[in-house]
Design a protein around this ligand. Structure first.
Ligand code: GAL
Length: 952
């Protein structure tokens, strides 16, 4: 039994398979085998069912499972998440005996009347290794989970009833090549079909559609593996020889910004194959990555295929949703991290317009744990497997205009097999540059690619003054290459911070051609608590022994594809049109930052907070052009200028906002002079509407409101970026906890009622250290308002930035049955913002429920901060800043938030917890990458905050 499974532990990529070829649809008949299959899961290979492949095997007692699907998402076994580490012993190419093995059976009927020709059984993706039988006959086996595998079934396929049987193994030799940072999931997770290949039909073709940006000429050449005719009516080609070359005097080129496709048709052997042709030329020239002669600026994301209910099985609707969301958020590029996506996704990229870096299904990162010993990419016994993967990707995807680079894989270290893959791809497809990040020598790639390089390093690279790489020859080659960040700005939890600073570098240095944020989506698995409340599971939630926790939840969209604040920020930072309103609101400067299109598809309008609004006449700008125009606003309020789509685009309706700029002059609030003295009344001190404790000087009431605090507070529930870091001393949350910022003690030094109000002097510090903060509260009243000035002064050698600096207080919730607490504020909004994530918020008056103010990060952490709040109304209290403050309002405390591991752990209390802050520390991206930039760090330094409180 075990011997017949020798293929499982063999590095060989497969047996009995057909040659890889282009993916296409045609009018030839097919049988779609998606739907319910009979299924049984054996916990070990040794428990596989003898004779299950026999056509008459009785599978009536087996379960039914949908194909395509990942079996762990349907209650068979469980999802398991590791980032780098292999969840099995590293003993290549062998895998453990406990190798969950899914047995699949499916009957189907071959319709009558198929034209003469070959029959092909095609799997778009089976994870991780399988053997397949048709009508009891072994067809072969295959590996390469996210790549297609075909078998010729001519002669095995029968008229009428057929029985297909597959044995799919969770682990195989190929698992060593598929150590991507994601859930380990198994099964037939993409479509299965039987295809008719009529006699004389094409099996494969390669469209070469070159564009000369100087002459506007297009040259079309289609290689076919059988005689065929080509028609592309819009190019005047009718029944032409595909080989051409057909030189067309003027064509409309394809770009991600204007994805023009010419629809055509190849005809051979009576079969019609629709083709969609995009003319473009991708080159690396003068040290730049250019398309159609133009340097690209990649505003990209890394996209894994993910669905919280279906794992890596995505419907077309879900793929389209990703594309629409990306286009609507100004994203122009996708790296298909770290495997070729479903082929349909690339069709959508061609159609809607995205630059694609298509990445091979290859990662051996876990070998890093053993010093890269026996790394398959540097071992000749794996050469075939590596080349096979590259060929299957390139052959499948070569006809997509959107694919502008081939990527060899991710995090495999270095090795000769990578060089061989590059060489093979270059020969097969000389028209696309090669990408790989893992070899910093960059000898066999066409772009210098890195992940998570700091801003400072990117700047050096931009200037061409980066550290040399080891080998002088390699160094000379690398210095001539364009630079991209294939991963940057780790979008885990709250953040990423520092996007604007990266964008500035991409816009300043031609060599720095942008990059791909890590990553598009949180891979949370929709799960329920014992009492039925939904949450998104992450590593460790499914009983895994080895796991990497919530590191799998690091996307710009939540698992259900709701945009996170990080995506809103990214959209603003990368907007392709820059709009700068001058501070007086009299003129506007507009710059076209698109690479290819003019601004003719945009309308410009302005709107002031006082309600005045109008259209703005902005001349059509060519790429790179700017103009300054007068703004016809005569008032003095904040004014926003927006660029919106002038008409419906396939990806967004007319009116969709692309870019905006805002300016205004803050109205200065001058705190009034004290109008009454503090009076002592027994155990209390009264200042205007407020009552304080005589001994402690703490506020207990404002009017009828029972108030706790406000008092100095420094702690925040650590963010993912606070909780992780590279290098010693870089983990902020550890440093904060070591000092004890989560357990501050407050000592009252003096309570001083007087003619001008009340002064309370305190020293706030954690136990066990002489570090502290002197906090002086000065209270006074005027005009029915209660005023407070908080002055803080650090004591001792503070070495780390503070998490927050401000006040914490609580108020009774106004919640009555069937009502919700709302907060109205005037300040930056509507979303959350921190010092280094502030690009996307604008001044306005906003009302949110308290629930809406919380950002439901998959792992609970500090969230929901509103910046530069001039005034806010919270639970019957109006709070005014002079000039402004940072605000969070929550139905739980920071401690509750820090203790929770899933949002369902957070239990609403009967008070609202309000933080009124001078500032918070920035966010950074230390969860994988650089921390908070110095200019966004909240260094301990004297600070003050002035606020007025007024019961409503
Ligand atoms: C990179 C890797 C990604 C992901 C990321 C962290 O090193 O290429 O797959 O693990 O780090 O989330």
């Amino acid at each position: 039994m075990i011997n017949s499974h020798a293929y499982v532990s063999s590095p060989a990529p497969g047996n009995g398979r057909r040659q890889p070829r282009a993916w296409f649809r045609s009018d030839a008949p097919t049988v779609d085998l998606d739907g319910e299959w009979r299924f049984r899961l054996a916990a070990r290979l040794a428990d596989a069912t003898d004779g299950f492949e026999a056509p008459d095997f009785d599978d009536a007692g087996w379960d039914l499972l949908d194909v395509p699907s990942c079996w762990q998402m349907h209650g068979y076994g469980a999802p398991a998440y590791t980032n780098v580490v292999y969840p099995f012993p590293i003993d290549p190419p062998r895998v453990p005996d406990a190798n969950p093995t899914g047995e699949y059976r499916r009957e189907f009927t071959l319709p009558d009347g198929w034209p003469a020709g070959r029959r092909v059984l095609r799997f778009e993706g089976v994870d991780s290794c399988f053997a397949v039988w048709l009508n009891g006959e072994l067809l072969g086996d295959g590996k390469g989970s996210r790549l297609p595998t075909e078998f010729d079934v001519t002669g095995v396929l029968r008229p009428g009833r057929n029985v297909l049987a597959l044995r799919v193994h969770q682990w195989s030799a190929a698992s060593y090549l598929e150590d991507q940072d994601m859930w380990w999931l198994s099964g037939i997770f993409r479509t299965v079909r039987v295809l008719c290949r009529p006699d004389g039909a094409l099996d494969d073709f390669f469209v070469h559609a070159d564009y000369d940006h100087i002459t506007g000429q297009g040259t079309l050449r289609v290689e076919t593996d059988a005689p065929a005719r080509l028609s592309v009516p819009a190019l005047g080609l009718h029944d032409a020889d595909p080989a051409g070359p057909h030189v067309i005097e003027r064509v409309t080129p394809w770009t991600a910004e204007a994805p023009h496709l010419y629809d055509g048709e190849l005809v051979a052997g009576g079969e019609r194959v629709p083709v969609r042709i995009g003319f473009r030329r991708v080159v690396v020239e003068d040290g730049l990555l250019k398309v159609n002669g133009q340097r690209l600026l990649l505003r990209g994301v890394n996209r894994h295929e993910w669905d919280p209910d279906h794992g890596r099985t995505l419907s077309r609707e879900t793929m389209l949703r990703d594309i629409l969301l990306m286009k609507r958020h100004n994203i122009n590029a996708v790296r298909t991290s770290h495997y070729p996506p479903s082929a349909e996704f690339l069709d959508l990229c061609d159609e809607y317009g995205l630059w694609v870096v298509d990445e091979c299904d290859l990662e051996t990162h876990g070998f890093h744990m053993v010093g890269w010993r026996d790394n398959p990419v540097d071992d000749p016994q794996w050469l075939d497997a590596c080349l096979d993967r590259m060929a299957r990707m390139v052959e499948r995807d070569k006809n997509h205009a959107s694919v502008i680079m081939w990527s060899l894989g991710n995090e495999c270290g270095t090795g000769a097999n990578l060089a061989a893959m590059s060489e093979w791809a270059r020969t097969r497809d000389p028209d696309r540059p090669i990408h790989y990040e893992g070899d910093w020598n960059s000898t066999y790639v066409d772009v210098y690619s890195r992940m998570y390089a700091s801003h400072a390093e990117v700047e050096l690279i931009g200037q061409g003054t980066e550290e040399p790489t080891k080998d002088p020859e390699a160094d000379a080659h690398r210095r001539g290459l364009p630079f991209i960040l294939c991963e940057y700005a780790h979008a885990m939890g709250n953040g990423p911070g520092g996007l604007s600073e990266y964008q500035r570098l991409f816009e300043e240095y031609p060599r720095c051609q942008g990059g791909f944020v890590w990553e598009w989506i949180d891979h949370g698995v929709r799960t329920k608590t014992a009492d039925g409340r939904e949450f998104y599971g992450y590593g460790g939630d499914f009983g895994e022994v080895l796991h990497d926790g919530n590191f799998v939840a690091d996307g710009l969209v939540f698992p259900d594809r709701t945009p996170s604040p990080g995506l809103i920020e990214f959209k603003k930072v990368i907007e392709p049109v820059r709009i700068e309103v001058d501070p007086d609101g009299r003129t506007v400067r507009v710059r076209n930052g698109y690479d290819f299109v003019d601004t003719g598809h945009l309308s410009f309008s302005w709107r002031a907070l006082d309600g005045a609004e109008g259209e703005l006449d902005v001349p059509i700008l060519a790429p790179g052009e700017s103009v300054t125009v007068d703004l016809p606003y005569t008032g003095t309020d904040w004014v926003t200028v927006s660029a919106t789509l002038a008409k419906d685009e396939p990806w967004a309706p007319a009116g969709h906002e692309i870019a905006w700029g805002q300016a205004g002059t803050p109205v200065a609030v001058t705190p009034p002079a004290p109008a009454a003295s503090a009076t002592v009344d027994g155990d209390h001190i009264v200042v205007g509407p407020a009552v304080f404790e005589r001994v402690t000087g703490t506020l207990s009431r404002i009017g009828d409101l029972d108030v706790e605090g406000p008092r100095l507070d420094l702690w925040r529930a650590p963010t993912d970026n606070d909780l992780r870091g590279w290098g010693e001393g870089s983990v902020m949350a550890t440093a904060w906890r070591e000092i004890g910022l989560h357990r501050l003690e407050h000592a009252v030094l003096a309570v001083e009622p007087g003619a001008e109000g009340l002064t309370v002097r305190t020293r706030v510090a954690p136990a066990g250290t002489d570090l502290g903060i002197l906090a002086t509260y000065t209270w006074w009243t005027a005009g029915g308002q209660l005023w407070l000035r908080l002055d803080t002064e650090p004591v001792g050698p503070w070495q780390v930035p503070l998490p927050r600096l401000g006040l914490r207080m609580s108020l009774p919730t106004t919640l009555e049955p069937d009502t919700v607490d709302t907060v109205t504020w005037f300040g930056l909004g509507p979303g959350e913002a921190y010092g280094d994530t502030t690009a996307a918020v604008r001044v306005g008056t906003y009302t949110h429920t308290v629930d809406e103010l919380q950002t439901p990060y998959v792992y609970p952490q500090e969230n929901g901060n509103r910046r530069e709040v001039r005034w806010a109304e919270v639970a019957g209290l109006r709070i005014t800043g002079a000039p402004h403050f940072d605000l969070t309002v929550r139905p739980w405390t920071s401690e509750d938030l820090a203790a929770a591991t899933h949002p369902t752990d957070l239990v609403r209390r009967d008070r609202l917890y309000v933080n009124l802050d001078v500032a918070q520390n920035g966010i950074g991206t230390a969860s994988c990458g650089p921390g908070v930039l110095p200019q966004h760090q909240l260094t301990a330094a004297p600070a003050s905050l002035t606020l007025a409180f007024e019961p409503q």
